[in-house]
Ligand binder design. Structure first.
Ligand code: HGY
Ligand code: MN
Ligand code: MN
Length: 414
């Protein structure tokens, strides 16, 4: 089963059982579940003959030596092992397991590249626990920011304490230096409907949309639900409801723009109390950073007006901004060639979802290969992929690595 699509799917099922909570798949940064998933992947990497290391962020990295020893920077394959709450089995995990399967194939065929190959299983792409995404890949890329050590989760645990709770050293996340890499390729489910619509198993990503993540707080005045007359209320939840509808309306104004409110909390949160405070998340994306900036500016303006009219205070906090990232043309061409060599049309598509490739693209040339997923469904237990499509992805990545070099530094083999 090693080096096969069937093996990848079987391992995805095994990883899907490793969760923080019973009954659904949730595996967040610096939790025992993530640690256990990383340990299992590390075992598979070691069994494939890779040298395995785990860093203080919880990233697990397998290294497959090249013919040139360590003289040449490694080429990196990878994706993430963390999940959103109530996740599917394949978001992130598929990319890690396909990458391990490719190395298993190379080992079986005694193929080695001129460069070392690293497979990275990143510890946090979703940002589901601390609100800031990419804590794993930024640590790997030497780009972790000091302020992130003080982020807190819903229980008040800081990143520092969470990392320490697993026996790791949070300060090491700041000491990591930027690695020199030959390039990065991430295989990932599309999480959208385009490949299914085009009836294609895989596609080449052109760019990854930029994203603004913000936390919007509205503070009015709590009051007795039975005695406070309607005209006198400063109802924070009613203001938030109007603001959420404004987000939806503005998000619908431009092609390619998406805007989502995925979380909402209310205080004090009792049926007989007029809400005094409401806090909601905001996620705005577009592949053109100017369009994203325009939309978030309009949202701030409209929500400020709603707050003023309702006499509630507004707290607008941008948590994380990532600009749109273009994938490297030479790697895209190489991927398209490998897809063509499989007798398939190499379609190109934008990624509306964020990926660790956004971070790796800051330190090396990066590319992504999307794999069709049923109905484009993701971030949901119904997420699924076809074995035949996974087999194509493994073949394409193997060809990508072993193919003839392009004008740019190529990944020669012996
Ligand atoms: O939110 C995203 O785009 C990704 O799935 N983390
Ligand atoms: Mn995701
Ligand atoms: Mn993902």
């Amino acid at each position: 089963m090693t080096g096969t699509a069937a093996g990848v799917l079987a391992r995805a099922v095994a990883l899907g059982e490793i969760s923080e909570e019973p009954g659904r798949l949730t595996r967040r940064f610096a939790t025992g579940a993530l640690r256990a998933a990383g340990d299992l992947v590390g075992e598979w990497m070691a069994a494939a003959g890779m040298e395995v290391r785990r860093d203080d962020a919880g990233n697990v990295v397998g290294r497959y030596a090249g013919t040139g020893g360590d003289a040449r920077p490694p080429f990196v394959l990878g994706s993430h092992l963390d999940t959103v709450p109530g996740a599917g089995r394949y978001d992130g995990v598929l990319g890690v397991l396909v990458s391990v399967a490719v190395v298993e194939r190379l080992v079986t065929r005694s193929e080695r590249l001129a460069f070392p190959l690293e497979v990275a299983a990143f510890a946090d792409e979703e940002g589901a626990r601390f609100g800031v995404a990419y804590l794993g890949s930024t640590a790997y890329a030497g780009l972790f920011e000091p302020a992130w050590l003080h982020l807190v989760d819903e229980s008040g645990t800081t990143v520092t304490d969470a990392v320490r709770s697993l026996g790791d050293d949070p300060d090491a996340l700041l000491r990591a230096s930027q690695p020199t890499l030959s390039g990065y390729l991430e295989v990932h489910i599309e999480q959208g409907p385009v490949l299914e619509h085009e009836d294609l198993p895989v596609g080449v990503v052109t760019a990854i949309s930029g994203r603004t993540r913000a936390s919007i707080g509205l503070r009015g005045q709590a009051g007795h639900a039975g005695t406070l007359p309607m005209p006198w209320r400063r109802d924070a939840l009613a203001a938030a409801a109007e603001a959420v509808l404004a987000v939806e309306e503005i998000g619908g104004r431009e092609d390619g723009l998406v805007a989502t409110v995925g979380m909402l909390s209310v205080e004090p949160g009792a049926a007989n109390v007029v809400p005094g405070a409401a806090t909601f998340s905001l996620d705005v994306r577009h592949v053109d950073d100017r369009a994203r900036g325009r939309a978030t500016g309009q949202m701030l303006e409209v929500i400020s007006r709603i707050a003023a009219t309702r006499q509630v205070e507004l707290d607008w906090e941008v948590l994380h901004e990532t600009p749109a990232v273009a994938m490297a043309p030479w790697l895209r061409e190489r991927l398209a060639e490998a897809i063509g060599a499989e007798g398939l049309r190499a379609t190109s598509l934008v990624s509306g979802a964020g990926h660790d490739a956004v971070v790796l693209a800051r330190v090396c040339d990066a590319a992504m290969l999307f794999v069709r997923c049923a109905g484009g469904i993701s971030h949901d237990p119904r997420e699924s992929v076809d074995e035949a499509d996974v087999a194509v992805a493994i073949d394409v990545v193997e060809r990508f690595l072993l193919g003839e070099g392009l004008a740019r530094p190529s990944l020669e083999t012996r």
